[in-house]
Design a protein around this ligand. Sequence first.
Ligand code: ADE
Ligand code: ZN
Length: 326
Amino acid sequence: MDLLEYIEKIPKAELHLHIEGTLQPELLLKLAKRNNVSLPYSSIQKIKDAYQFQNLQDFLDIYYAGANVLRTEQDFFDLTWDYLEDAHRQHIIHVEIFFDPQTHTERGIPFSVIISGIHKAMERAKKNLGINSQLILSFLRHLPEESAFKTWEEAKQYKHLFVGIGLDSSELGNPPKKFKNIFAEAKKDGMKLVAHAGEEGPASYVREAIDVLNIDRIDHGNKCLDDENLVTEIIKKGLALTICPLSNIVLKNTPCMEEHPILKMLEKGLKVTVNSDDPAYFGGNLVKNFEAMATNLPLTKNHVYQLTKNAFEASFIDESLKEQYL
Ligand code: ADE
Ligand code: ZN
């Protein structure tokens, strides 16, 4: 079996996937029409042409504008189902899905509509496709902590439907410590904790996410490489990093795939995993991320095996059930 076939066939887990970032141009146009939302694009090609980003904020502006077509439970169902069908085609058997409720509640969509649509698609995927999936509620860091608390008050009644909380959106100027209290509160409620850190922000944000927020896993974390002591601490603590190679290139956090540090991180002993982040915006799904690595880096089957094993080990699958995946 050659490397590309191995990548495709190996049963995989994905741990860093924003459901709003799976909104493909075809569905974007379909939902805009269905909900009478006007878009600045008239064709799939025009949408694809608009996806040129200089940095994270450039992308986020387009991502939030796209999310505006999501209005009804059916819309959230269709979005999630499309992703899960694609995940099945890629032999992903476990996925941890971020959703950003504030992106929708801020424009008047009830929390119940969002969570029901997503959850129903996850249930169907479990039954019909055999995919295990879990939800992580992600707070928007450009909003104040009070907004996260307000969201949390509403979300708590559905907390049996998600495993953890996360932190995403504009990183620079919004350090982890801004969300110290809500993370402590969610921990008391039994939530797993993750946060985007060191994607665009400095190594000190990664340290803060670990020391102040007490996270269980780091989303991105690439910038930890600027601080050798921090790398040693992360390895000692066994904290995993959800690396998103194509995202890093498209958002210009890494100059090109040939220079992506993921294999160097693996060799240092960091528990890194491969993920697609926002596949509709960054040029492809999880398999495409592995393929880009295979084309541009000295990737071997052993690497693919290790990266995949790391993802299952770092997942929030119940410890008693993990063995069946490893
Ligand atoms: N929201 C969706 N994708 C994101 C990313 N890569 N970084 C921060 N916030 C996000
Ligand atoms: Zn992300």
